[in-house]
Design a binder for this molecule. Sequence first.
Ligand code: CP
Ligand code: NVA
Length: 304
Amino acid sequence: MSKRDFLSLSDLSLAEARQVFAMTAKMKQAPKGSARGLLSGRAVAVVLEKASTRTRVSFEVGISQLGAHPITLTTDGSQIARGEPIKDTARVLSGYCDLISFRTFATARLKEMASFATVPVINALSDDGHPVQVLCDVMTVEEQLGAPITGKKVAFVGDCSSNMARSWVEAARIFDFHLALAAPEGYFPPDHEVRAAGDRVSLHRDAREAIRGCEVVNTDVWASMGQEAEAEKRRRAFAGWTIDAAMLEPAASSCIVLHCLPAHRGEEIDDATIEGPRSRVFPQAENRLHVQKGLMCFLLGVSP
Ligand code: CP
Ligand code: NVA
């Protein structure tokens, strides 16, 4: 059987994503440590070419809870900083490890890792997507709303050209919900990605119009990792786009707010909203641990 990668959400069918959620739910309910035997004797590499708190810790802890050995490589602490090609790193790591979780810049680099690795590769964030985060977020939405996301109205407000928004567009197509994207002109996903989602995705230049009646509102930083030089220009472009109580007024009364974190409080979201009753950002962060365990088991063909 050929190896399964998870480079974008489309690498899972809806049925497979549901299988990952079912496996996750089972492990989440089980006492800590009861999944220990599942990946016993295996090793998983977490390769980070950008900074990380949640991804690093949730993968390392999840790998340990499954009984496998986590090995994290950062650019500076490895030969990547000296220019060792990813295609060489991929083949070397495949000889030692059973799975590679990779955070990088361009999609070409991610694809090079996946095509030269002989073990499954998970995209742990690239310039073009953060699929593992959004897979976790869909499960968080379903847990928090107590219902399937299918048919729900979700908004993404702010930098809709970001990796996060682009993975949410893919999620709308796969899980069949309506996604309203609100951004200043020039900050939407590439046209072909929006078109692929059909009428499930709508584009708005007015955030309050997008948020009207939504049960979920998402945002992300205005300048992603790698865009630091554009931070000031983006701060000007996004002035007035902060998610706060006034912005959320047209949302459904049951509306929850998500942010993948880290947040720049006072920019894309205010402190009161993150700390307020609609916020689900900390259950969202915790679910990185649980869903990634389900995903790793799925890709390695192991059932809890
Ligand atoms: N949300 C997320 O991926 O966080 P980190 O950058 O801390 O891993
Ligand atoms: N869009 C953000 C997400 C961080 C988890 C970034 O790429 O920096």
